[in-house]
Design a protein around this ligand. Structure first.
Ligand code: NI
Length: 344
């Protein structure tokens, strides 16, 4: 996104409980007719494994409870563990321990599912998803971003510049170790849309080499520098080109409050937010931005996870501004629309 003079790169380089009681519980509700936003697998397939109940899980057939939670005993004193199970027409999820899950639960899909205090799946509660993206690093500020992501169990995508990664290799390693997605953002950050196909190959190939040394493979995704596109960029990169729908303009104002405010004001379900871990103010607002997004009902995922969750196929040479639920065409025009509204 940013045109960074070589001098800036050089400068950054330099500075740088238990009664077992059978309980007749709960009003068994009729399953409500709800929006079918969950996958069929979740709606139809029982994945829970039947196991002998542990010593902690004594009781009578049916639902039982202790301070540790609820569990379900079959007539043969087996119990359900580690997956989905339909009981009396309701969907439940059992933890590996055999206890019934409540609240937001990761069931193995990108989106978490919500189970009420009775453990019943509530599909009216849907998580929103967002992909934070950080460009132009790694840098001396990257660890602050990673600290915040790690603290809140969040994921982000880093579009890495190779010459930065040559110097800040431990930060790149930490991005990878924490399960962040790594994307290609060229080796020296030239305007790719002003280069020949051979020059583009050289820039991306060199960046692939630097990243592969840490991750073991070339990145699947590319963010063109400055979001700049040309026929050569589309044809020679031959990988999905990841743009954004929320521009924090962090590179321009270099202000943590403005970066936070723009992200929180413009974000919607399926957004890709553009930021730069090259700059200290962008790292300084990472902690409160991540906690505020989570409080607002967002799960922070990688770009690839976001596309997968909302059913988008990523095609080589395709440009992607966002992955809104249930719509493709809108993604191509959304960014422009937002800029007109908020930057006028
Ligand atoms: Ni950039």
């Amino acid at each position: 996104m940013v045109v960074i003079p070589v001098a800036v790169f050089v400068l950054v380089f330099l500075l740088t409980r238990p009664l077992f009681t059978k309980v007749t519980r709960r009003p068994v509700q009729e399953p409500e007719q709800k929006e079918e936003t969950q996958t069929e697998e979740i709606l139809d397939t029982d994945t829970a494994v039947v196991k002998a109940a542990s010593d902690d899980m004594k009781g009578a057939p049916g639902w039982n409870v202790s301070d540790s939670g609820w569990w379900y005993l079959n007539d043969d004193m087996t119990t359900f563990t580690g997956g989905w199970k339909t009981i009396d027409g309701q969907r439940y999820y059992f933890k590996d321990s055999g206890y019934m899950a409540t609240g937001w639960v990761n069931t193995g899909t990108v989106k978490d599912s919500y189970f009420d205090s009775y453990g019943i799946l509530d599909t009216s509660k849907q998580q929103k998803l967002v992909a934070l993206t950080y460009d132009d690093g790694p840098s001396a500020n990257t660890d602050k971003v990673l600290d915040a992501l790690e603290k809140y169990g969040a994921k982000a995508t880093f579009f890495v510049v190779g010459m930065q990664a040559d110097y800040y290799t431990s930060q790149l390693q930490r991005e990878y170790d924490l399960g962040m997605e790594i994307g290609n953002h060229s080796y020296t950050h030239p305007w790719l849309n002003q280069l020949t196909p051979d020059e583009i190959d050289e820039e991306l190939g060199h960046d692939d080499d630097v990243i592969s040394k840490v991750t073991g493979s070339a990145p699947a995704l590319v963010r063109p520098t400055g979001g700049g596109i040309s026929a050569n960029v589309i044809e020679s990169i031959n990988r999905p080109l990841i743009q954004w729908d929320v521009d924090t303009l962090d590179w321009e104002h270099l202000d943590a409050d403005q970066t936070y405010d723009r992200a929180m004001r413009l974000v919607q379900d399926g957004s890709i937010i553009l930021m730069h871990d090259l700059f200290a103010p962008s790292a300084d607002c990472a902690d409160r931005m991540i906690s505020s997004l989570q409080e607002a009902g967002y799960k922070l995922v990688t770009v690839s996870e976001l596309a997968e969750a909302y059913g988008y196929d990523l095609e080589p040479g395709g440009q992607y501004y966002a992955f809104y639920p249930g719509g493709c065409e809108e993604n191509r025009t959304k960014q422009q629309g937002l800029d007109e509204i908020y930057d006028a």
